[in-house]
Design a protein around this ligand. Sequence first.
Ligand SMILES: N[C@@H](CCC(=O)N[C@@H](CS)C(=O)NCC(=O)O)C(=O)O
Length: 249
Amino acid sequence: MTDAHPPIKLFQFPRLFAIANLSPFCCKLETWLRMARIPYQVIDTSDPRRAPKGKLPFIEGAGRRITDTSLIVDDLAKTRGVDLDSRLDPSQRAIGVLVQRALEQHFAFVVLYTHFIRAEGWTYARATFGSVPTIARPLLASMVRRRMRKILWTQGVLRHADADIIEAGLRDWRAVLTVMGEGPFFFGGEPSGIDAIVFAALATTPLTPIASPIRDFLRSQPQCVAYAERRRGRFVPELAGAPERLAAV
Ligand SMILES: N[C@@H](CCC(=O)N[C@@H](CS)C(=O)NCC(=O)O)C(=O)O
């Protein structure tokens, strides 16, 4: 186990709502660290420009900084001897990679759109900058939002109509839910790394007050709500009973 190591520093956006993090990547990594029982200390930061590769989260430990959740997970798995996927067969591993790609390389951009570009999302998501000094807050918030627009335009999502973007996000989830087991975990009775990814992607949507047709769809799927609630209860139990922070800012 990992007690010989001092806690790693986890740089991520501050918590919002009753979920580990509104950023699916920050939520994924914190969840994975808890699953792997690796001690960490959270350092809140609202400005990704300070991250080594301009993205959050990143970690610092043993004199090294590592960015990108998948690289961090691989590194920690190797250096700390943790393998959350040891029980998975080759077919489950392959499904895990495809689900990860759908959620991280596609759905994450749809979330960026629903949360940072759509008015229903921005009303809440701008609270991400709540810890920034009041005088600098509007400037940083609008700068980050502009950057999100640019990212989404370059990636391509923002070139489509709202209904088409939403439909593309719904397709991701219809596919993921089709291959997701009955539970309690994604691949049955035991947790594996994909649970951190699926939980994180779900946390951004059905567990937040940010309205969208994707949230309505996910909330209407009993399998999905039960999974999200169970995972939150197990991985971030201190938030399980917390009310949604409904007030818009
Ligand atoms: N592939 C990266 C993605 C990280 C990422 O996209 N982080 C977003 C927050 S969800 C970010 O920091 N965006 C800020 C920006 O691009 O300016 C990972 O797995 O860590």
